[in-house]
Design a protein around this ligand. Structure first.
Ligand SMILES: [Zn+2]
Length: 326
């Protein structure tokens, strides 16, 4: 990027506002980058002056990927290996052939970067992710990181990406948007900000077409056939007590989740790779360390029903369990 001195760059407030509107989904809080490159989540309002400070290189902030209503206005792919970065450049070129504009943002020169796609209207996080995953899968790139990382917010503000065109606190560098051939998207930071303040958004039809390539989520099936517990164990004053008394959490859940001998398994409620899920046999409860909750057979079945798009209210869950177990 041309050597503009930080303090010399001025941005019209309208441009800062439009730039923020491209990337920032919520203004009630924001993440600020620390000198070590990590982020500190600040629970204070994000004012335009802070975004201007970011563009001037005075502070560096992150952009959360989802709004408070779990809506996404963009999808961002993150490559931190040279091979993956080349693949993202390839994906950008492929989209270009399909007449779809995407934006390559360099980070760590020659080694990695982001590919941004701007949605015509905000989409639920789950659909934005489905769209992103499908694009990656079509290029055999499913291992590349995709933002938003959550389908919907459960606790906290979720994943974030460094707001582009600021200064990376760890490297002290500003990374530009580039074209597929490596040339700058625009010659100066001001012109880059202006372009991203009014980015070309993806055609709605294209998103629909890509989403339609993905079948809706398949129902999740038990790991082994369901075996009802012996009838003599059914005791208790209420249906929920009788349900809890008739089968142990371990016996029930092991029919739906592959558990190892320590009672651990892959959590069925999130994209788990590290055996976050476990059943405590002594305590007779289940728990997911990644934040999916825990509790009794009834709590498990509510989550399971929700996962399968069924009514996950307490009443519907109890009725269903009573039919299965009592
Ligand atoms: Zn989980």
């Amino acid at each position: 990027m041309s050597p503009e001195r930080r303090q010399k760059i001025e941005f019209a407030p309208e441009m800062v506002q439009a730039y923020a509107a491209t990337f920032i989904p919520r203004y009630d809080r924001y993440p600020i980058q620390k000198p070590d490159g990590n982020y500190l989540a600040l629970k204070r309002p994000l004012h335009l002056s802070i975004i201007e400070g970011h563009l001037k290189g005075l502070v560096t902030i992150g952009a959360y990927a989802l709004s408070e209503q779990s809506q996404a206005s963009w999808v961002c792919f993150d490559a931190d290996q040279p091979d993956d970065w080349q693949a993202l450049i390839g994906l950008s070129q492929f989209l270009d052939y399909e007449c779809v504009q995407s934006y390559l943002e360099q980070s760590r020169p020659e080694r990695g970067g982001h590919l941004w796609l701007f949605l015509p209207t905000p989409l639920p996080g789950v659909d934005a992710r489905r769209f992103g995953k499908q694009l990656l899968a079509g290029m055999n790139l499913s291992h590349i990181e995709l933002y938003p990382k959550q389908d919907a917010l459960r606790t906290g503000p979720g994943s974030l990406v460094r707001l582009p065109l600021g200064i990376h606190r760890l490297t002290g560098r500003r990374y530009p948007f580039i074209n597929a051939d490596g040339s700058l998207l625009a010659p100066t930071i001001r012109e880059q900000v202006a372009m991203l303040a009014d980015p070309e958004r993806m055609p709605k039809d294209y998103i629909t077409e890509v989403l339609n390539r993905v079948p809706p989520a398949e129902p999740v099936f038990p790991t082994r056939p369901f075996r009802p517990p012996p009838k003599n164990r059914i005791v208790g004053a209420t249906p929920s007590e009788r349900i809890k008394n008739c089968i142990s959490v371990h016996d029930f859940i092991s029919q739906y989740v592959e558990l190892n001998k320590n009672g651990k398994g892959l959590c069925p409620f999130h994209d788990d790779h590290v055996y976050s899920f476990g059943v405590n046999e002594q305590g007779n409860y289940w728990h997911c360390f990644a934040g999916c909750g825990g509790g009794s057979v009834i709590d498990f079945w509510m989550r399971w029903r929700k996962l399968n798009g069924q009514d996950d209210s307490f009443t519907a869950t109890i009725t269903d369990l009573a039919k299965m177990l009592l």
